[in-house]
Design a protein. Structure first.
Length: 161
């Protein structure tokens, strides 16, 4: 695995080319949304894919205790070395809703990647500690699935990104 988000890239001079990606030992991806978005399903799928690719994997999830669902996360740590914990900080945060962003942006490492749904999240545009990637996930899912499914399938849509 390689990461373009190295400490060396943060201070690159204007106009200079970015440094070459370098190998990293592990990465932590946190998916944050609501339980009805299939957060656990896509997190488990991502973990299985990593495991089948000879990566060591550890996961962590929160599931709301209410029947009607609520805020939920699934965190996957994968890497080429021994993975002994799920990780405290994430290298990538996928935020489906504003409450997901608000609750978990503090877990994202400086230099990390924030992927967010522009239909529901308004991040702090002045926060340059992270690479921010906004995608209309809900709109894209509705257009792709169509019919009465509304925004069901956002988890798989994000996995394809």
């Amino acid at each position: 695995m390689v990461s373009p988000n190295t400490p060396d890239s943060a201070g690159a001079a204007a106009g200079s080319s970015p440094p070459a990606p370098r190998p990293i030992q592990d990465i932590v991806i946190r998916l944050a949304g609501n339980s009805q978005d299939g957060i656990q399903a896509v997190g488990g799928f991502l973990a299985r894919l990593a495991g089948r690719s000879d990566q060591d994997v550890m996961t962590y999830m929160t599931i709301p205790s209410t029947i009607s669902g609520g805020p939920s996360i699934f965190q996957v740590r994968m890497g080429t070395g021994d993975i002994l914990s799920a990780g405290d900080r994430s290298d990538m945060l996928v935020a489906f809703y504003q409450h997901s962003y608000d609750a978990h942006i503090s877990s994202l490492r400086p230099g990390g990647v924030l992927l967010f749904d522009t239909d529901h999240v308004k991040p702090n545009a002045d926060d340059h500690r992270f690479t921010q990637i906004g995608i209309p996930i809900t709109t894209g899912t509705i257009e792709a699935v169509g019919g009465t499914a509304k925004d069901k399938g956002k988890n798989i849509y994000v996995l394809g990104i």
